[in-house]
Design a protein around this ligand. Structure first.
Ligand SMILES: NC(=O)c1ccc[n+]([C@@H]2O[C@H](COP(=O)([O-])OP(=O)(O)OC[C@H]3O[C@@H](n4cnc5c(N)ncnc54)[C@H](OP(=O)(O)O)[C@@H]3O)[C@@H](O)[C@H]2O)c1
Length: 291
């Protein structure tokens, strides 16, 4: 299905994994116009070890695959769906790198701690980690149970705290490391019916700044990536009436983002070239909101 004025710019291979072609068009001023599918080739992470949480699909999957293409060994975390993780791992291994899948709920310290022990046993030092998991529930204040509040808090915020507790000491000892947290626009502009999501995503950026200051003297950087509207299967689940064409028209760049554009931003922040960037929120939203 093509919308007037809108044509598909992705190859079937590029998009087939996470969203059906007929539901997720982007505009003709698409990815190829902004750098293209080979951008990963500009990064070289050969020999680096990267951990990506929530990497079984969508943005996390894209981050894992793009790092693998750039030569990094990748530790893939999934919450429960090991098969999803294995599919990503198979694809990542085709780039000749080492890839393992770890099943753990990173919102639960009792699960994430043994997972990190296993990751360190398998990979040694983790140079880079991307704390990607997020939960975006739509509920009125009255509708948010204490249990939901706690679940969103633990997923969107505590998980990043747990990873830092378990990985930063090694980075300090090595005097290097790159940390990227995944936030969301809601956390910066607010949104009704998402008090827990907004509070925790905003809190994540506060955590980023505090941690960045605490580890700066060790040469470790900590940043937040803030995606705008990204072409994933996730919105379909939460928004049955989601209309990507209408949304694309609201974005100044006239398209919604590709998950790889979030991955590439993470890769830039993890690169040597980004060594002077820390404590920042990098917005990747096609101009939807400007700060
Ligand atoms: N997509 C967007 O347009 C958009 C916009 C702004 C911000 N973001 C942020 O970008 C990040 C990724 O977004 P996405 O759209 O790719 O999300 P997604 O499709 O919901 O994928 C998130 C992945 O993380 C996993 N996960 C969730 N909680 C976990 C936990 N506690 N432990 C381990 N894995 C867990 C999920 O697995 P299960 O399903 O099995 O739990 C899923 O595989 C999130 O932080 C999100 O808030 C996305």
């Amino acid at each position: 299905m093509n919308h007037p004025g809108i044509s598909l710019v992705f190859s079937a291979q590029a998009v087939s994994d996470s969203f059906p072609l007929d539901r997720w068009p982007t505009t003709e001023r698409g990815l190829n116009a902004v750098g293209g599918t080979e951008m990963h080739a500009r990064f070289d992470f050969t020999g680096s070890n990267v951990l990506v949480t929530g990497a079984g699909r969508n943005i996390g999957r894209s981050i894992a695959l793009e790092f693998a293409k750039a030569g990094a060994n990748v530790a893939i975390n999934v919450r429960r769906n090991e098969q999803e993780g294995e599919l990503v791992a198979q694809e990542a291994r085709s780039h000749g790198v080492r890839v393992n899948v770890y099943v753990a709920d990173v919102a639960d310290f009792n699960e994430v701690a043994p997972m990190i022990t296993a990751v360190k046993e398998d990979f040694g030092f983790i140079d880079i980690y991307i704390s990607n998991v997020g939960l975006r529930l739509r509920q009125s204040l009255e509708g948010i149970s204490l249990e939901d509040w706690r679940r969103v808090l633990d997923t969107n915020l505590s998980a990043s705290f747990f990873l830092a507790k378990l990985l930063v000491a090694d980075m300090k000892r090595e005097r290097r490391g790159r940390i990227v947290h995944m936030s969301g626009l809601d956390g910066f502009i607010g949104q009704a019916l998402r008090a827990h999501t907004v509070a925790t995503k905003a809190g994540l950026h506060g955590f980023t700044k505090a941690l960045a200051l605490e580890v700066a003297e060790y040469g470790i950087t900590v940043n937040t990536v803030v995606p705008g509207i990204i072409n994933t299967t996730r919105p379909k689940k939460h928004y049955p009436h989601w209309d990507p064409i209408r949304l694309a028209d609201e974005v100044p760049l006239r398209r919604i983002g590709d998950p790889r554009e979030i991955a590439w931003t993470c890769m830039f922040l993890a690169s040597d070239e980004a060594g002077y960037i820390t404590g920042q929120a990098i917005h990747v939203n096609g101009g939807l909101a400007m700060f």
